[in-house]
Design a protein around this ligand. Structure first.
Ligand code: AMP
Length: 423
């Protein structure tokens, strides 16, 4: 039967079976971020459209074709946030964090929205864990971000992630490089794909993002920005590489890594995972964005950060090991309707002692109730039949051992605690 309401395209339900993976992703994120002294921040799900147009850049794919934009009743243009960095830089200045000791270290987790064509590992609503370090230009903070991200994967015991690294220079050396790249491509324009021709005009660095086989050979022989960095950018990149080597974090220099957001300067990086396959192999990425604050109209302020795709990381985590949903300690059942309220109350007294109890209402045969308790993964079943009720007793059944004992009601808590503690 076709129902009225369908889940919108590109969205997902994160079901109870998914939750243990998400709980692990979130716990590992909080753990690693706080170990480095990062503090949590959450910004609104929607922002003024202009924040992303000015921050991320009008010519980027994100802004030119992937934003969910709408008008509020006053006719103001709002956009479901497609990324977290521009909002956090806005919040940093809104809250006066530039007056605090610098750098300010922040982390966040939540939903983001892009209307890319949905496919495996690519959604309209997805989730990111990210960090931002704002207010200090030290390249060691780039390294700190990279190491923090690396430690997140390690904390989740995810193997097989690879780190790709590049420097894309700054406003001093990039304009000259951009022209050099245009000079290189100009004689070959006719051979380029249509999309690449558009990129040649708008932002030639993005020519490296082309996945078109037609563009491959030209890409391979193109001048590399790392060979054309100004002295300060070259020195910063040297420090990043040296510190990563000292931390024994393996990386691959990838001259094709440019990333699709305009605000990046100097260090850019990406974590990839082969098991995701194809175009969606990026687990997360980031870089330095020393020009972003000024582009948003604030005082020029350096920053660096990353955003990890939690949905894709959940896919990898599922492939690497099974997680089971949390199971209750006790499954509480009355065998007769007249004893239900009594069992309902016993359940409440156990919960007050921090024991997790699922109450199963309604009469049914004992074997049917026990099957439900087993399906739910309960450690113990608490059973009250007419005989027990008369003697002020309850039956506690060990679901694993399939053994049971009758205990006086006053010994219920101590017996259950003992059975749970002893397992
Ligand atoms: P970006 O902000 O584009 O650098 O994205 C950072 C990470 O977020 C990517 O590496 C992906 O893991 C994840 N991501 C970005 N866009 C999507 C999407 N549409 N669906 C799922 N994950 C995404």
């Amino acid at each position: 039967m076709a129902s009225i309401a369908q889940r919108p395209r590109g969205t997902q339900d994160l079901l109870p079976a998914d939750q243990p993976y998400w709980a692990a992703l979130e716990a590992a994120a909080k753990d690693v971020a706080e170990r480095f002294g990062y503090q949590r921040i959450e910004t609104p799900i929607f922002e003024a459209t202009d924040l992303f147009v000015r921050g991320v850049g009008e010519a980027t794919d994100i802004v030119s074709k992937e934003m969910f934009t709408f008008s509020d009743r006053g006719g103001r243009s709002l956009t479901l946030r497609p990324e977290g960095t521009a909002p956090i830089v806005r919040a940093y200045f809104d809250a006066g964090m530039q007056l605090q000791p610098q750098p300010v270290r922040l982390y966040y987790m939540g939903p983001y929205f892009r209307s890319e064509r949905p496919q495996a590992g690519r959604f309209h609503e997805f989730h990111q864990f990210g960090i931002e370090t704002i207010g200090d230009a030290s390249p060691l903070l780039d390294v700190e971000a990279i190491v923090l991200g690396w430690n997140w994967f390690a904390g989740l015991e995810i193997a097989g992630a690879t780190l790709h690294l590049n420097s894309i220079g700054d406003e001093v050396c990039r304009p000259a490089y951009r022209e050099r790249l245009r000079d290189y491509y100009r004689p070959h324009l006719a051979r380029l794909s249509e999309e690449s021709r558009a990129r040649f005009e708008r932002n030639p660095l993005r020519l490296f993002d082309s996945k078109d086989p037609q563009d491959e050979a030209l890409k391979r022989d193109a001048p590399r920005i790392v060979d054309h960095l100004c002295a300060p950018c070259a020195e910063a990149f040297r420090i990043v590489k040296e510190a990563l080597a000292a931390e024994e974090i393996p990386f691959e220099l990838n001259p094709n890594l440019v990333r699709g957001l305009d605000y990046y300067t100097r260090t850019v990086f990406e974590y990839q995972h082969e098991s995701l396959g194809g175009a969606q192999n990026s687990l997360g990425g980031g870089g330095r964005y020393d020009g972003l604050a000024a582009a948003l109209g604030y005082r020029s302020t350096p920053g660096v950060g990353f955003a990890m795709g939690m949905d894709r990381t959940a896919i990898v985590l599922k492939q690497s090991k099974p997680f089971t949903p949390a199971a209750p300690d006790v499954y509480a059942v009355a065998l007769e309707a007249k004893d239900e309220l009594y069992v309902f109350h016993l359940a409440a007294t156990l919960r007050a002692r921090r024991i997790t109890v699922v109450f199963d209402p309604g009469p049914a045969r004992l074997d049917a109730k026990l099957r439900k308790a087993a399906r739910r993964g309960a450690r113990l079943a608490l059973l009250v039949g007419p005989e027990e009720r008369e003697k002020n007793q309850v039956v506690i059944r060990d679901m694993q051992e399939k053994t049971q004992t009758s205990v006086a009601e006053r010994d219920l808590l101590s017996t259950i605690s003992q059975m749970l503690g002893g397992a």
